[in-house]
Write a protein that binds this ligand. Structure first.
Ligand code: UFG
Length: 334
């Protein structure tokens, strides 16, 4: 049986495909290449360029390949963009997920893993959020993903598909073997932006908001290394195959936060470059602090993260960006 990875040419999806391939699983990738890159994929992995909302394409894929599991990454992911283009986000992230889940039901797919997000929680005060915390997304992005969780929960109950939603916190870093990492243009995510500034790929970076009620006034996030996130999916695959439960949801993060200033300090320290940081007002849709309680994932799925260090995430992000930009190898890499 095979695994269909939607968005498999993107940052997280391509790391997932590598891990499945390393484990000897049969993998098929569906990606529209709107942000993903074909060259992040191994040539031997079957690739279909297309839209997850295209019913006839989905029918063709499910008829051609014996797919037992879908891991669904394809989505739009920029929180402030979702504030200015909510309908675009609801179409891509919610309506098209409905098409994909419907195709899974039509074709008797047994297992579904969904990339959900910490943004389903919204403002979380100073408490670490756990899976049963209040769900009050403050961006259309968070709402667009939460609706998919609900669709999966109800579809699992009605149709027997076993589904797992993993709520990602702030994913960062790159494959430690240097095979894949964040590659899109017009980066908006903090670590990639800071790394680009450190490598001279942008003249400066901007810090959005220094007046939040946090320890240094800047937003706090729970950064998780992409390789640990992928390991959580592999645990999830094994779990789904044994679990009697129809639908489960888990946070995927380490349970401690770093502020924007702490991230910038780490990038400056590890790169050895004191790049310029401009200060601006708050960015729309940003909660002050969001930290996970990640115990349930460890307890129930046996997740054992190996890269729980902000400096390691930064080091791998720097290595990847240097490779991607054809810069000289980074002298401090380890
Ligand atoms: N930031 C800056 N300057 C930048 C980029 C980001 O100051 O150039 C700040 C943001 O304002 C925010 C923090 O860095 O305070 C983190 O921002 P990111 O854009 O890196 O990440 P987000 O927290 O907005 O979003 C990410 C994922 C979402 C996920 C969310 C959960 O993109 O999918 O984390 O917290 F939902």
């Amino acid at each position: 049986m095979a695994v269909l990875v939607t968005g498999g040419a993107g940052y997280i999806g391509s790391n997932m495909v590598l891990a499945l391939h390393d484990r000897g699983e049969r993998v098929i990738v569906l990606d529209d290449l709107s942000t993903g890159l074909r060259d992040l994929l191994l040539p031997e992995v079957p690739f279909v360029q297309g839209d997850i909302g295209d019913d006839s394409l989905l029918d063709q894929i499910f008829t051609t390949h014996a797919i037992d599991t879908v891991i669904h990454f394809a989505a739009r992911i920029v929180v402030p963009d979702s504030v200015t283009d909510p309908l675009g986000y609801y179409l891509n992230n919610t309506v098209k997920a409905h098409r994909l889940i419907s195709a899974c039901v039509r074709h008797g797919v047994g297992h579904f893993i969904f990339s959900s997000t910490a943004a389903v929680y919204g403002e979380s005060a100073s408490q670490a959020v756990h899976e049963a915390s209040d769900l009050k997304p403050i961006s259309p992005y968070g709402t667009s993903k939460l609706m998919v969780e609900w669709m999966l929960r109800d579809t699992a109950a009605a149709h027997g598909i076993k589904a797992l939603a993993l709520r990602y916190f702030n994913v960062a870093g790159a494959d430690p073997q240097g095979r894949s990492g964040q590659s899109g243009h017009n980066a908006t995510h903090l670590i990639k932006v800071a790394v680009e500034a450190a490598l001279g790929l942008r003249p400066h970076m901007t810090l959005f908001g220094a007046d939040y009620p946090t320890r240094d006034g800047t937003c706090i996030r729970d950064y998780v290394h992409v390789s640990d996130l992928i390991a959580a999916h592999l645990c999830g695959l094994d779990y789904l195959k044994q679990s009697p439960k129809g639908f489960s949801v888990y946070n995927c993060a380490y349970g401690r936060g770093a502020s924007v200033l702490e991230v910038i300090d780490s990038v400056k320290r590890i790169s050895g470059v004191d790049f310029s940081v401009l200060q601006a007002g708050r960015r729309a849709g940003d909660p002050a602090s969001i930290i996970a309680d990640g115990q349930a994932l460890r307890r129930d799925l046996g997740w054992q993260p190996c890269h729980d260090s902000l400096d390691e995430m930064v080091r791998h992000a720097l290595m990847w960006e240097r490779k991607r930009s054809n810069l000289q190898p980074y002298s401090h890499q380890s």
